[in-house]
Design a protein around this ligand. Structure first.
Ligand SMILES: *Cc1c(COP(=O)(O)O)cnc(C)c1O
Length: 225
C-alpha cells in the first residue's frame, strides 16, 4: 500500500455508494498517515474498534474528524471517549447504554448510538438477538436516558462466501429496522441508520438498504495486527 492507493481506493468505494449512504472508513490498526491520506481526499468519518488506539489517534489528527466506535465497548472505557465520540455503533446491552448516557451527561452531550444486532450464525459475535432488541425497546427504560440518542441498527453478517446467507441476514436486519421504526421511532426522524456492509459484502448491504457502510481493507489494505 502507498498513499496513492488509499486515495484511489477511497474514491472507488465512494463511487459505488448511492446518495445518502455514508462511508465510515475503518482505520483500525492503520497508521495516521493512511487516515491523513483519506482525509486529504475529503473523507471525514472514520471508525476505530479499540479505545486506546482511538485516543492516541484523536490527539494527533484533525479535530473535525467524526469518529465512530465500532468495536465491543467495555463500560469502563466509555468515559474516555464520551467527550468527543460522534457515534457508538455497537451498543449491545442496556448496561452499556446507561453508562454512555451517564458519561454523555457529564459532558453535556447527547451521544448517537446504534443497537448492535446479533443475527449472524457465529457464536462469538456480540449484540442483541432480534427478540432481545424488541424487548429492550418495549421495556422502555431507554426513553429516560436523555443523553443518548438511538439512531438506528448495526450488524455484521456471517463471515461466509454464501451471498444468499449474507443477503438473508441483512434483509432480516432491514425488516427489523422497519418494524422498530414504526413501533418506537415513528416520531423520530433521527432513527434512520442501518449500518451494515464491510469490504467483502457492502455491495450486498446496499441492496439490503444499508445507509452506512464500514469499509476498511478495501481502502487501506490488509491490517497488520
Ligand atoms: C474491522 C471492522 C470492519 C471493517 O472490516 P473490513 O473487512 O476491513 O472492511 C467493519 N465493521 C466492524 C464492526 C469491524 O470490526
Amino acid at each position: 500500500m502507498c498513499m496513492y492507493d488509499v486515495a484511489r481506493n477511497l474514491h472507488e468505494v465512494l463511487g459505488k455508494l448511492p446518495d445518502g449512504v455514508k462511508l465510515v472508513a475503518i482505520s483500525k490498526f492503520h497508521p495516521n498517515e493512511y487516515i491523513e491520506a483519506a482525509y486529504r481526499e475529503g473523507q471525514r468519518v472514520f471508525g476505530e474498534s479499540q479505545e486506546q488506539e482511538l485516543s492516541r489517534k484523536v490527539e494527533s489528527l484533525p479535530k473535525d474528524i467524526e469518529w465512530h466506535f465500532i468495536g465491543h465497548l467495555q463500560t469502563n472505557k466509555v468515559k474516555y471517549i464520551a467527550p468527543y465520540i460522534s457515534m457508538i455503533e455497537a451498543v449491545d446491552s442496556l448496561k452499556l447504554l446507561k453508562e454512555i448516557n451517564r458519561q454523555a451527561a457529564k459532558h453535556d452531550r447527547i451521544i448517537n448510538v446504534l443497537l448492535e444486532l446479533h443475527i449472524a450464525e457465529e457464536e462469538s459475535k456480540y449484540g442483541f438477538t432480534p427478540d432481545a432488541c424488541r424487548q429492550l425497546l418495549e421495556d422502555g427504560e431507554w426513553r429516560s436516558l436523555a443523553n443518548v440518542h438511538i439512531s438506528g441498527l448495526m450488524m455484521m453478517a456471517s463471515n461466509v462466501d454464501d451471498n444468499g446467507q449474507i443477503r438473508k441476514e441483512m434483509s432480516l436486519a432491514a425488516d427489523l429496522f422497519d418494524e422498530l421504526k414504526a413501533k418506537y421511532f415513528a416520531d423520530d426522524p433521527g432513527f434512520k441508520e442501518r449500518s451494515w456492509g464491510m469490504s467483502h459484502d457492502y455491495d450486498i448491504a446496499l441492496e439490503c438498504r444499508s445507509t452506512m457502510v464500514r469499509v476498511g481493507t478495501t481502502i487501506f489494505g490488509p491490517r497488520v495486527y
